[in-house]
Design a protein around this ligand. Structure first.
Ligand code: GUN
Length: 284
């Protein structure tokens, strides 16, 4: 019987632990605040941002809301980021992506101080992860690692195959699994014999954004499957990048969609905010 990895429960456990830690920090006079910036009103972004603010409230982190109109210029957004960088009361800065088309996302990400980059998207954060130095780790990969660890799945020495090479999931995930001593393969749209490569995996992580793409032909008997996808199927029902029903008999463990990887991203964002506040305290 496959183990269903309960991301909702694990993320709730983490948030409870953080809540206690935040309360202890408060007693020492340390308060934590996250600046959440949204430009425009993309409906999906509004839902994500709302969930992040709710999690802040639960954990005891103050969220500072910046809701800017679609017409905001790149210069105005850069000015806001600079102001937040310099504000000692702000521990973390989150600029919700995607940004409107008239802005250069990379330019905005690079303007965020690496010391407040709780999303882990700044080139310095990504570089630090690649060479094993301290820095913020992108929240979805960090959440996946935490899921594996808290489920008791051994990583060291395992064959880990990642399908998808995005900057916010696939690439940092590869670096994290390498740091944990897995043997790592990152696949993408030009990979030859993808099924054959995927079938090597003891741990298969799928982040390609294609509904039910991975079927049992991609899966080795007894593999652990991590499904990062969040799509709608032909009946408008939420589904992952993995065809859950098709692979379930073959796997030893799997994350469901919804309720697997998704809730972990926000839990790790909260974790990064707490780490940031502790770091700032040590520096001041
Ligand atoms: N858009 C979708 N996911 C994310 C995320 O994790 N962080 C930010 N800043 N924007 C996103």
């Amino acid at each position: 019987m496959a183990m269903i990895i309960d991301g909702k429960k694990i993320s709730n456990d983490i948030k409870e632990e953080l809540k206690e830690q935040v309360a202890n920090l408060k007693r020492e006079g340390i308060t934590i605040s996250l600046a959440v910036v949204q430009v425009g009103n993309d409906p999906a972004s509004t839902v994500y941002v709302g969930n992040k603010k709710k999690a802040c409230e639960f954990v005891g982190i103050q969220s500072l809301s910046y809701e800017l109109p679609e017409s905001t210029t790149e210069k105005e957004l850069l000015e806001l980021v600079h102001k937040l960088n310099q504000d000692p009361a702000v521990n973390g800065i989150l600029v919700q992506l995607p940004l409107p088309k008239h802005m250069d996302e990379n330019k905005i990400i690079q303007a965020i101080s690496p010391a407040k980059d709780v999303d882990g998207f700044h080139p310095q954060s990504v570089g630090a992860l690649s060479i094993g130095q301290n820095g913020f780790v992108s929240c979805t990969p960090a959440g996946i690692l935490e899921l594996l660890k808290r489920t008791g799945i051994t990583i060291e020495g395992k064959e880990c195959v990642i399908i998808g090479r995005s900057n916010i999931v696939g690439k940092p995930m590869g670096m994290l699994m390498l740091r944990e001593n897995a043997t790592v393969t990152i696949c993408h749209s030009r990979t030859k014999d993808l099924k054959e490569v995927a079938r090597r995996a003891d741990i298969l992580i799928v982040a390609i954004g294609k509904a039910k793409f991975v079927t049992k032909e991609y899966v080795k008997e007894g593999a652990v499957i991590i499904d990062v996808g969040m799509n709608r199927d032909e009946n408008n029902k939420l589904c992952g990048d993995v065809d859950y029903e098709d692979v379930i008999e073959k796997v030893s463990a799997i994350t469901p969609v919804p309720g697997g990887v998704g809730p972990m991203t926000i839990a790790m964002l909260m974790n990064n905010c707490v780490r940031s506040a502790i770091m700032h305290q040590k520096e001041s």
